[in-house]
Design a binder for this molecule. Structure first.
Ligand code: 2DT
Ligand code: MG
Length: 215
């Protein structure tokens, strides 16, 4: 099909939900199927703004909560044109985290939900966001958290609560089809199969044109 656009699919989830593993497996599978695909991680730590975010996450710098929130958003804006360009030329762009993490993490620190949402208004709207959920029991059984900022049990609990509100907001603004929750308690292969089934409709028949987030 000439001129068929690609798709924009986002993965969100708590730490240790297996998000990066699943994103990697999906990209590999799409490549094997001969699809044009690109992985976009957020934060993208390779840019200058991304370097500031990286230093903050590793506690090598301190920043006001508002400042770091806006840097995360700016980091998405500097990638927005490339996402639009790639999707319109037929590429499936898979993002590992996006604006939904932006809201959930900053709101979990106490910033207002509406404040957190605002700077991302107008970014490319994902055709689907796949949110990987994990029961607290399975999360606990997967070993210790890492060393970065936010990687504590207390913070993860608050982030999980905020993600519930982010899911509601996304469905209310953009419709139920935009947000899918997948239980990630199973084996890598089980979760991979659930994800593959879920995104089939999106990659087979992408919507007419890429929308704009929160508008
Ligand atoms: P990774 O472990 O996936 O590299 O994420 N975060 C992420 C925010 O606080 N705001 C954002 O907008 C984004 C995209 C989540 C590093 C940490 O950064 C958090 C975990
Ligand atoms: Mg991490």
């Amino acid at each position: 099909m000439a001129n068929q656009r690609g798709a924009f699919i986002v993965f969100e989830g708590l730490d240790r939900s297996g998000k990066s593993t699943q994103v990697g497996a999906l990209v590999a599978r799409l490549q094997r199927e001969g699809r044009k695909v690109r992985l976009q991680k957020f934060p993208d730590r390779t840019t200058r703004i991304g370097g500031m975010i990286d230093a903050y996450l590793q506690s090598k710098s301190e920043l006001d909560d508002h400042s770091i929130h806006l840097l995360f958003s700016a980091n998405r804006w500097e990638c927005a044109n490339a996402i639009e360009r790639d999707v319109s030329s037929g590429t499936i762009v898979i993002a590992d985290r996006y604006a939904f993490s932006g809201i959930a993490f900053s709101a979990a620190k106490g910033l207002s939900f509406q404040y957190c949402l605002n700077p991302d208004t107008g970014l490319p709207l994902p055709d689907r966001t796949v949110y990987l959920t994990l029961s607290p029991e399975v999360a606990a059984s997967r070993g210790a958290y890492g060393e970065e900022r936010y990687e504590t049990l207390e913070m993860q609990k608050r982030v999980r609560e905020q993600f519930t509100l982010v899911a509601e907001e996304t469905r209310r603004r953009h419709g139920d089809d935009r947000w899918a929750e997948i239980n990630a308690d199973g084996t890598v292969e089980e979760v991979e199969a659930l994800i593959w089934e879920n995104i089939q409709p999106v990659i087979m028949e992408p919507l007419q044109c890429l929308g704009k987030l929160w508008t």
